[in-house]
Unconditional design. Structure first.
Lengths: 226, 298, 733
């Protein structure tokens, strides 16, 4: 099954990554974020004992979920899902409340102290709209990051990030948990939970309020008896 | 997950908003019994308190924004999927209601001094005050529950707990009731004052079930978190580190169990200790929110 | 006007989000209640992202990264005459548009607030700004004075520690100026680095440069990486390894650490540092015993194989195993595997050249490649770590030598002269910490009467100088560069130099004018020098400036004519080597007997050292740092570093009682540095490894640390120095 919608994808081939940090710096230069604020980040892992040691790496950024929890959570409409699948952040609208950080199941958004707003990967919309590659893909030294503008990728490549859900597809070597990825792929926690959370709060609350009203009346009655 | 996005400022904001909604409810209950001098005092004081704490809570919310001067963007947008957006709108409505409610409560001479709106005859309409109080009560409920849902509708494992919104609501209720009563007591300055007999009795009898339910919800919260084996519960809340100490000793021990024991005392001795009981419940609510915020993020 | 449009895209957006969203909308409508009627000022799907750089670029300039010999051609993005970003040129065949972080750090470094922008002269303990002309006059006076004071033997009283030049023209003008003025002592970095390997290649095969290029990897059946940690040193070339593997090549990696390269190879053979030579001699012995070697090739194209074969006899698989730690069966199977195939390419890492047995090792590798017959031809050959200097540059330099000018002294002799107070002027254009026992070199430099520093930042070298004339960075000057694939590329000037920084070619031509007056040729720009060099170099005849400027990949020499496409692949296609008799010479003069010896100072070779310093010290690169003086000033590069981290196997750590994250001293015979323990399973027990890129003056903690060469003992092979493999011990702080 391949994607029929014309949606952008980036595929990460974990077996090719060498943690050269190129994508991270590329991202920082393109997005003008200061050192320490990395919208794309490569993490490394070590497994096994000498001499059978495996070192492996994962380069991760925003997953551009189909149903983004951050956009659901944003109270000012600064996070928008575009029809090409990317989740964009309108920096001039961001108030820096931090709620998207709490909402994102992957902990992707970060505060940028230089701008005093939140920042996240924008899929380099400004570049792909001009027909160029996203910065991280353009500079990746080993072609571990590959950009698919039409969203069509061969079936054998589907791995982490059930293809229908995310726009960063990971072709992993080891189990997803070993890369620190949440399993199963999380859904939009904000919308999934919110109704039940409201009900769980409101029903007992209304009940208790009636009890209080009754109570107040009863106490008055007592006084009358005295 | 080492960086704490929401810290003490948010804890204070949530706490103040909760206190505000609880105080409003106390004041709204009192509005039915304006004839009783004790209730009247409580009503006026808590109406004041509701407005002040709401202002403080919203102030802290704005203070926590990284772009503080963009706070009004919140009122340019309604995102029905965002608890925060819903909450902000309800807070705004609640703010207006709080203000109206306070003006209803104001004695005539004070009200007369208000510019423009002070002269309106509507403020003397007892029935409209009743409607405002009643409607405001429901808005206050939403506002209090919002402070819980705001945390619960995220991806933070510790907060994604069905017991959290009711727990926060009942804690807000307890804080509001105690805070309103406490403020009235402080203003009358006479602890043994008989005029506060009825409100204090109400406090005692309402605090008891509230605290019992809170304890039950806390238990439920912990059990659910443990069953889901949420990271952080064991390390921060169950264990006896400094966080566990604050949780068990501060939020639960001082904030729930101690006042509960007090509430079971004889009426007279409860009234003698009412001030203390109010203080510990009140502070316990802040500790509860603070610990929950930090334990979720650290 | 755009409202309708934005609403419909809004709807589309919602649809995309699917069922859960629709369900929620219902609830939202209920819970929001009357609020739903409030004006919905929701967002448009914006295309313009405010802080994006892309939309604000004025112009793009073709450029080239000045760092390693990968020579990534780049596109520099400029806005308001300020470089805002740099991308790899996607038309470059070697890199396919990729780029490593080092080249990107230049965007930050060029505009670093700490960068030196004006010539400074020492004024007691502080510095005083002086105009460039005045600084140049002062230097010229000092040089003239040497000639006045020592009219006969002035030649060795001026020295230049040359950098890895940021363009070939800088190198040429420096030689031109100093040679014409009568000073031969330009000490190139190769003297301590790749010199052992380059010299051995020249002696055995005839050319100092890479015998083949990496596009041949795809044709090979086996690729042997001899300590070549490509993922760190040449990250852009890893894709060529992958392409080769996709075509069926098997990659075997010799290293004692698990590095990012390990994951890109089929098999890793772990051996003790500094023992590669023994492994190759052992494998030759297997080939000879089993008569697996290419007898026809050896007979027709190799001199001295018989001697090599008999010298290898003592390296039985068992003895080889004893030395290297590789199991004896593995030595035999590896030799068989590499002999019986279509083609093997051996890629030699830079570290191989930095042992006292380096030249023996490289000769053993060449001998092994010759024995298997995989020395020249498609899918065969050796790739050394650097392309090396084009041989023709030597002719160019000689042309400008004043008659009777001595040969240049080796850097060891120059340092000795400094210690004796026999050097009056030193042009310090690079880090002195690249030499072993760096503190001794520092003391020697302090005895020089007048030190001129050509650098970028107020670093340790600057603090030793009397005069600082700051240099331009890559974007600020034009020039040609030669790369590891023998390619030559051209870099355009992207922006005007900041402040009073001066490109090297201009500095040396200005100096030449000052010293020699009208005798010095007129040079109006790097283009003039390039053309001059091309006109004197037969193998570069075809590399015209116009061709270079149009070629993002660069053109590989030899390229004798303007319509010649350049030469890729083997330098010796018909097994005609560049030695006088066209044969591989395995016994050149000066290389000594065929054997393997322990690296000097190694604990396994010397009982006295083992007693006190039982661990083997090694150092190396990390992907985000370029040597010691430049990228350390970048905050972007600093965010990845951990300061002085020293890799230790948990077993070794337990034996020495140190724990992860603990601060320790690494002590050697010449000193100690402070470092933090990083426990990893990915290193051979008994060996410690530490990054060599650290720098005590760096403003960023990740880059800050003690220089490793401060504790490197002063051991040398015949050409270059040793930086690895000697004994050390750990001590708690």
């Amino acid at each position: 099954m391949s994607r029929e919608k014309k949606e952008r994808l980036i595929v990460f081939y974990a077996d090719r990554c060498i943690q050269c940090h190129s994508c991270e710096v590329a991202c920082q230069l393109e997005n003008n974020t200061p050192a320490g604020i990395r919208l794309r980040r490569v993490r490394n892992f070590e497994k096994g004992r000498f001499p059978e040691v495996k070192k492996f790496y994962i380069s991760s950024a925003c997953f551009h979920c189909n149903s983004p929890a951050c956009a659901s959570a944003c109270a000012v409409g600064a996070l928008v899902k575009r029809s090409d699948g990317t989740v964009n952040h309108l920096q001039h609208r961001c108030i820096g409340c931090g709620y998207c950080i709490q909402a994102c199941p992957f902990k992707v958004p970060q505060f940028n102290p230089a701008q005093n707003i939140m920042r996240k990967c924008s899929f380099c919309t400004q570049r792909i709209d001009r027909g160029r590659l996203p910065a991280c893909v353009a500079k990746c030294t080993t072609k571990a990051l590959v950009y698919h503008p039409e969203g069509k990728i061969p079936i054998e490549l589907q791995d982490y990030g059930e293809i229908e859900n995310l726009h960063m597809i990971y072709k992993l070597v080891h189990k997803a948990e070993e890369y620190g990825l949440p399993v199963p792929v999380p859904l939009n926690t904000t919308t999934e939970n919110q109704l039940w959370m409201w009900l769980a709060g409101l029903l007992p609350a209304i009940g208790m309020t009636f009890v209080l009203i009754r109570m107040a009346q009863k106490i008055e009655g007592d006084k009358g008896d005295e | 997950m080492s960086e704490v996005t929401w810290g003490t400022v948010i804890a204070l904001a949530l706490w103040f908003i909760g206190v505000s909604s609880g105080a409003y409810r106390l004041s709204a209950l009192a509005s039915r019994k304006k004839e009783d001098p004790g209730w009247a005092k409580v009503g006026l004081t808590s109406a004041f308190l509701a407005l002040i704490t709401l202002a403080a809570g919203m102030g802290f919310l704005v203070l926590d924004l990284r772009q503080k001067f963009r706070f009004w963007y919140l009122l340019l947008n309604l995102n029905p999927e965002s608890p925060m957006s819903i909450g902000v709108w309800f807070l705004s409505i609640f703010g207006i209601l709080c203000l109206c409610h306070l003006i209803f409560w104001m004695p005539e001479p004070w009200r007369k001094r208000l510019p423009l709106i002070g002269g309106w005859s509507i403020w003397n309409n007892w029935r409209i005050h009743g409607y405002v109080a009643k409607f405001g009560m429901y808005v206050a409920i939403v506002v209090a529950v919002y402070t819980g849902v705001l945390l619960a509708a995220t991806s933070i494992p510790l907060w994604r707990n069905f017991f959290l919104p009711p727990l926060i609501f009942f804690s807000a209720l307890a804080c509001g009731l105690t805070c309103g009563t406490l403020a009235t007591m402080s203003l009358t300055r006479k602890i043994g004052d008989k005029t506060l007999f009825l409100p204090l009795r109400f406090l005692q009898s309402s605090l008891r079930p509230t605290l019992v339910i809170m304890l039950a919800l806390t238990g439920g919260f912990l059990i659910l978190a443990l069953v889901q084996s949420v990271t952080g519960v064991k390390t921060h809340l169950i264990s006896l580190g400094w966080m566990g100490f604050l949780w068990w000793g501060g939020a639960i021990g001082v904030g729930m169990i101690w006042p509960l024991i007090n509430s079971f005392r004889a009426e007279k001795s409860f009234q003698a200790r009412a001030q203390l009981t109010c203080w510990i419940t009140f502070i316990g609510g802040l500790v509860l929110r603070w610990v929950l915020l930090y334990a979720g993020q650290i | 006007m755009g409202k309708k449009k934005s609403l419909s895209s809004e709807e589309e957006k919602r649809k995309v989000r699917g069922i859960s969203r629709r369900r929620f909308l219902k609830i939202g409508a209920i819970s929001a209640g009357s609020l739903a009627s409030l004006p919905l000022m929701n967002s448009e799907t914006s295309h313009a992202l405010d802080a994006s750089i892309e939309s604000r670029i004025d112009r793009e300039v073709n450029s080239c990264c000045p760092f390693c010999q990968g020579r990534c051609t780049t596109i520099v993005q400029i806005r308001n005459d300020r470089v805002v970003n740099v991308y790899g040129n996607s038309d470059n065949k070697w890199t396919d548009g990729a780029m490593c972080p080092k080249g990107q750090s230049l965007v930050e470094l060029t505009y670093s607030p700490r960068r030196l922008l004006h010539p400074l002269i020492r004024d007691g303990k502080s510095w005083k700004r002086i105009p460039y002309g005045e600084a140049l006059n002062l230097l010229a006076q000092k040089i003239q004075k040497i000639k006045e004071n020592y009219p006969k033997d002035y030649a060795h009283r001026l020295a230049l520690f040359t950098p890895l030049w940021d363009c070939h023209e800088a190198e040429l003008t420096a030689h031109m100026t100093l040679y014409m003025a009568g000073f031969p002592d330009l000490c190139p970095p190769g003297d301590v680095c790749i010199g052992n390997l380059a010299t051995t290649l020249r002696l055995c095969l005839g050319e100092m440069t890479s015998p083949t290029t990496i596009n041949e990897l795809e044709k090979a059946e086996y690729i042997l990486l001899v300590g070549a940690n490509i993922a760190v040193t040449y990250p852009i070339y890893v894709q060529w390894i992958r392409k080769a593997r996709e075509k069926g090549a098997k990659v075997i990696y010799l290293d004692f650490r698990t590095t990012p390269t390990s994951g890109q190879t089929d098999e890793q053979v772990i051996l003790r540092p500094g023992t590669d030579g023994a492994l190759f001699l052992g494998m030759i012995a297997v080939l000879v015993r089993e008569r697996l070697f290419d007898q026809r090739f050896v007979k027709q194209h190799v001199n001295g194989f018989k001697e090599v074969a008999s010298a290898c006899k003592e390296y039985t698989p068992e003895r080889t195993s004893e030395i290297t730690g590789v199991p004896a069966e593995k030595v035999v199977s590896l030799a068989r595997m590499l002999a019986r195939n279509r083609g093997t390419i051996i890629w030699i890492g830079g570290a191989i050249s930095r042992y006292t047995n380096a030249m023996q090792t490289v000769r053993a590798i060449i001998a092994f490649a010759a024995a298997t017959g995989h020395l020249a031809g498609p899918g065969k050959g050796i790739i050394p770590f650097q392309g090396g200097k084009p041989p023709a540059s030597k002719d160019f330099e000689k042309r400008f030598k004043v008659p009777g000018l001595d040969e240049r002294l080796h850097v060891r002799k120059v340092i000795y002269n400094m210690e004796q107070g026999d050097v009056d002027v030193l042009i310090l254009s690079s880090s002195y910490r690249r030499y072993p026992d760096a503190n001794r070199v520092k003391e020697a430099i302090q005895k020089v009467g007048f030190v001129v520093y050509r650098g970028f930042f107020m670093d340790e070298e600057a603090e030793m100088a009397h005069l600082i004339i700051p240099s331009t960075m890559a974007f600020e000057s034009a020039g040609s560069m030669y790369g590891a694939q023998r390619q030559v590329v051209w870099r355009n000037k992207a922006i005007e130099p900041l402040g009073e920084t001066i490109p090297d070619w201009k500095f040396y031509t200005d100096l030449g004018r000052k010293l020699l007056g009208e005798k010095y040729p007129t040079v109006n720009g790097p283009e003039d020098i390039y053309e001059l060099h091309r006109s004197l170099t037969p193998s570069w005849k075809g590399l015209t400036l116009e061709r270079l400027k149009k070629s993002p990949t660069g053109i590989s020499w030899p390229c004798p004519a303007e319509d010649h496409p350049g030469t890729l692949g083997s330098l010796y296609p018909d097994n005609q080597f560049a030695t006088p008799d066209k044969k591989v010479n395995l016994l050149p003069k000066g290389l000594g007997p065929v054997q393997w010896t322990e690296p000097k100072g190694s604990p396994s070779g010397d009982v006295n050292i083992r007693k006190d310093f039982s661990l083997i010290f090694t150092q190396g690169k990390v992907a985000e740092q370029w040597h010691q003086t430049l990228t350390n000033w970048s905050a972007y590069m600093g965010q990845f570093g951990g300061g002085n981290l020293v890799w230790i196997h948990p077993k070794t750590a337990a034996e020495h009682g140190v724990a992860n994250g603990e601060w320790i001293y690494i002590e050697t015979q010449v000193g100690k540095i402070k470092a933090r323990v990083h426990l990893t399973e990915g290193i051979l027990p008994g060996v410690v490894w530490t990054p060599s890129s650290l720098y005590p003056q760096s403003p960023f903690t990740g880059n800050r640390g003690m220089s490793t060469n401060a504790i490197t003992p002063n051991y040398w092979d015949k050409v270059a120095a040793q930086f690895n493999g000697f004994g050390c011990r750990l001590k708690k702080v």
